[in-house]
Write a protein that binds this ligand. Structure first.
Ligand code: FAD
Length: 356
């Protein structure tokens, strides 16, 4: 990364440095760019849904089925039109430095920011089954709303989750629940699955069966050696916010209320409770899909903009009253001046023109 790419021409701090240029980060940058904020997006270029490039991103109105990488390419193009700078790089640390922040990349480039927005996404911690990670995002899936339609009517295995079995049963009559390491089902759950025609296989899963020639999943193998044919496997990863590198900043990371993983704690606007730092997207909402991540980015951007506006308005007021001879240029006097001169209570050039 070139240091010059990250610096503002006039040497001042960026209004906002966005750490992470996925759906949340770029949506925030678009909103901020459009109100003339100076914005730098630093992005490591590994969006969470990149493995699904062959399947497409779904549930995105107006862009249904678009490649996840194409969506971000378009986003980068759109934000650039409003003067936002997007630079490839991985942020290693963020420190508070007086009223600003110092944002440091892995290759020790440093940049100054008035506000920081964290949109670094999450890490999907996959079940520890040999060969499973290699098929993630292709025929190993997790989200019925993302890819359920694409696997409808196929032979679907579900690893250890009763609720995932119910969800995917909506899309296929051929669903098998592998209990694997799940806690024992209740009597009621056994009855429900039987009623819905969902097969249940007891015992630990030891690996996947893959047709290497055709590059596709064909089954699940139990540690006992028995192989059960399936074409897709649904798993439930643990979702972990990618925020460890911000340890020194004092963000609070908490377990998701439904036990899905852990996320950065924010209020409704994305504010983290740490002055000057907001977060949006999967890093603070592990259940968010692309549209929710975009919406959170826009919300955080609006909150940051208002926060900067208020800070600058306060400063402007203080700098006026701090000037020696304040009584001449104070707010009350300035409001009074045009009235005295022009006979109307107007401010500034527009008023002079209007009143002229
Ligand atoms: C296989 C799969 C398929 C999916 N399919 C769909 C779908 O069809 N529809 C849907 O709505 N959702 C889908 N999702 C969910 C979707 O991926 C997320 O909702 C979305 O990516 C969240 O956006 P985000 O901006 O929060 O995070 P991300 O898109 O993950 O973006 C985070 C960005 O921050 C960067 N980053 C991380 N750390 C740093 C750092 N230290 N410095 C700089 N940059 C950093 C990353 O490289 C990345 O570019 C899918 C998820 C998976 C795993």
């Amino acid at each position: 990364m070139n240091e010059q790419e990250m610096k503002r021409v006039d040497g001042t701090a960026w209004d906002v440095v966005v750490v992470g240029g996925g759906a949340a980060g770029l949506s925030a940058a678009l909103t901020l760019g459009r109100v003339r904020r100076s914005v730098l997006v630093l992005d490591a270029g590994e969006p969470r849904n990149a493995p699904a490039v062959g399947v497409g991103a779904h549930g995105i109105l107006g862009r249904e089925g678009i490649s996840p990488l194409e969506l971000l390419r378009l986003g980068r193009e759109e934000v650039a039109a409003y003067g936002v700078r997007v630079v490839s790089g991985r942020v290693a640390q963020v420190h508070r430095d007086g009223e600003e922040f110092s944002v440091v990349t892995e290759d020790w480039q440093r940049v100054r920011a008035r506000r920081v927005l964290v949109t670094t996404g999450l890490v999907d911690e996959l079940p520890d089954v040999p060969g499973l990670a290699a098929r993630w995002g292709r025929d190993v899936l997790h989200c019925v709303y993302c890819h359920g339609w694409e696997v409808r009517d196929r032979a679907i295995g579900v690893l250890g989750s009763f609720h995932q079995a119910l969800l995917f049963r909506q899309l296929s009559t051929d669903v098998t629940l592998f209990l694997h390491e799940a806690t024992e089902l209740t009597e009621e759950q056994w009855e429900q699955l039987a009623g819905l025609g969902v097969g249940v296989v007891e015992g630990r899963v030891g690996g996947l069966v893959v047709d290497e020639e055709q590059d596709r999943l064909t089954g699940v193998r139990l540690v006992s050696g028995v192989a059960v044919p399936v074409e897709e496997l649904v798993v439930t990863p643990r979702f972990v916010a990618r925020a460890g590198f911000l340890d020194g900043l004092g963000l609070t990371v908490r377990e998701h209320p439904m036990g899905m993983g852990e996320q950065v704690v924010v209020d409704g606007s994305g504010f983290t409770g740490v002055g000057g730092v907001w977060a949006a997207g999967n890093v603070s909402d592990v259940m968010a899909g692309v549209p929710q991540a975009m919406a959170a980015g826009v919300g955080a951007a609006a909150a940051i903009n208002m926060n900067l506006l208020m800070t600058d308005a306060d400063r402007a007021a203080v700098s006026r009253t701090a000037v020696p001879g304040t009584d001449v240029f104070g707010g009350v006097t300035e409001a009074e001046m045009p009235r005295r001169v022009l006979g109307v209570r107007v401010h500034g050039l527009d008023g002079l023109v209007d009143g002229g």
